[in-house]
Design a protein around this ligand. Structure first.
Ligand SMILES: C[S@@+](CC[C@H](N)C(=O)[O-])C[C@H]1O[C@@H](n2cnc3c(N)ncnc32)[C@H](O)[C@@H]1O
Length: 349
């Protein structure tokens, strides 16, 4: 159940109920008292049972949010790409300066046990086969200037990434294919709310075999002590690594888990409506992992660079409330396709 509420933020009102049109599929009165649309005095673009999306500059949306009101920010801003996307990318030299005002607001709106998960891609320097370090500079500024703590550096393994820059990878053959993106897990305090029990993986065949055959206690050459209890598989699953990746291992299924899936409802509906598919989506798996790791049902998840509403749709599926901000109306419009028939089909993305 969802409704498009207004195409642009128009006026600042102090009563969120007045922002939502009457007679719509999800009328103002149907929104729960703790619906996130009630937190921001800006006209929303779209509201669902648990979330709300705003069209506009997210810096303004962030500024309108109360302090300490969001449990998790999970987002993928435009990277400092050499070959720019249609929505525009800040230059590497100006990137940190551009991003820090957003970061300052993100820190303010997070609860003390909240986390900020930032997916960011690397980039080559112009004219040479060398890499920029802009994303490392950003990480340092987020910690040293804004005051975030680095909870863990994580990675998104994306086997569907193109072998670029062609000059260095496929033409001159001097660099290898880039297939990871960085995911900085930052927190407001050193002890953010988190439980790896919420993201356990199935035990591997090796682990199951070890459990069957038993392990003799030993000390590895590295000095690590392997106890006889090492092989016990009674914790409900294996602790996942800090790499988000496909659970499948064939090249075809890996392609599916990249961000280029061609058969999901979002892509299909975009094609039907003749709307451009967002050029830089992250796979649902990425926000799903961190939402499960770092939040509980009914917590609030925010994506200020929301694109096609991937994070919002995952949050809704996981019964978390969500808020999204996106500058380009067309992306948001297409993002609403993810919510169509939501209750009938939970695998929409
Ligand atoms: C990498 S994309 C995010 C894609 C998203 N994760 C998804 O799965 O669809 C970054 C998005 O940030 C948006 N954007 C850039 N600057 C913005 C701003 N100041 N406020 C809101 N959105 C912005 C762009 O239009 C773009 O859609």
């Amino acid at each position: 159940m969802a409704t498009t509420v207004s195409s642009k933020p128009q006026t600042v009102l102090d009563n969120a109920e007045a922002l939502l049109p009457t007679g719509a599929a999800c009328s103002p009165n149907e929104l729960s008292l703790d619906h996130p649309a009630r937190m921001i005095p800006i006209a929303p673009f779209f509201a669902s049972r648990l979330g709300v999306a705003y069209c506009g500059d997210s810096l303004e949306i962030l500024k309108a949010l109360p302090s300490a009101s969001v449990n998790l920010v999970v987002t993928s801003p435009p990277y400092a790409l050499h070959f720019k996307k249609a929505y525009g990318n800040e230059h590497k030299d100006r990137y940190v300066k551009w991003f820090l005002p957003f970061a300052k607001e993100i820190q303010r709106v997070l609860t003390d046990d909240g986390s900020f998960v930032l997916n960011i891609g690397g980039s080559y320097n112009k004219g040479t086969p060398t890499r920029s370090i802009y994303h490392f500079k950003l990480l340092i500024a987020l910690v040293e200037e804004i005051g975030f703590h680095l909870a863990q550096e994580c990675f998104w393994y994306n086997p569907a990434k193109m072998p670029v820059p062609a000059e260095w990878v496929t033409v001159r053959r001097i660099r290898v294919r880039d297939s990871v993106e960085y995911v900085w897990w930052l927190s407001k305090t050193p002890y953010p709310k988190a439980s790896n029990l919420n993201v356990l993986k199935e035990y591997s065949e090796d682990m199951i075999r070890l459990n069957r055959n038993g392990v003799r206690g030993t000390t590895r050459p590295s000095g690590h002590v392997i106890r006889e209890s090492f092989d016990k598989i009674d914790a409900g699953g294996a602790i996942p690594p800090n790499v988000t990746e496909s659970e499948f291992d064939t090249p075809e299924s890996m392609m599916k888990m990249g961000n280029n899936s061609a058969n999901d409802l979002y892509t299909k509906r975009c094609k039907e409506e003749g709307i451009k598919i967002h050029p830089a989506r992250f796979p649902a798996l990425l926000p799903k992992f961190f939402i499960k790791l770092l939040t509980d049902p009914n917590d609030i998840v925010l994506d200020p660079f929301a694109g096609s509403l991937t994070a919002g749709a995952v949050a809704e599926q996981l019964d978390r409330r969500w808020i999204a901000g996106e500058a380009v109306e067309e992306y948001l419009k297409a993002g609403t396709f993810r919510f169509q028939g939501f209750s009938q089909n939970p695998m929409l993305f």
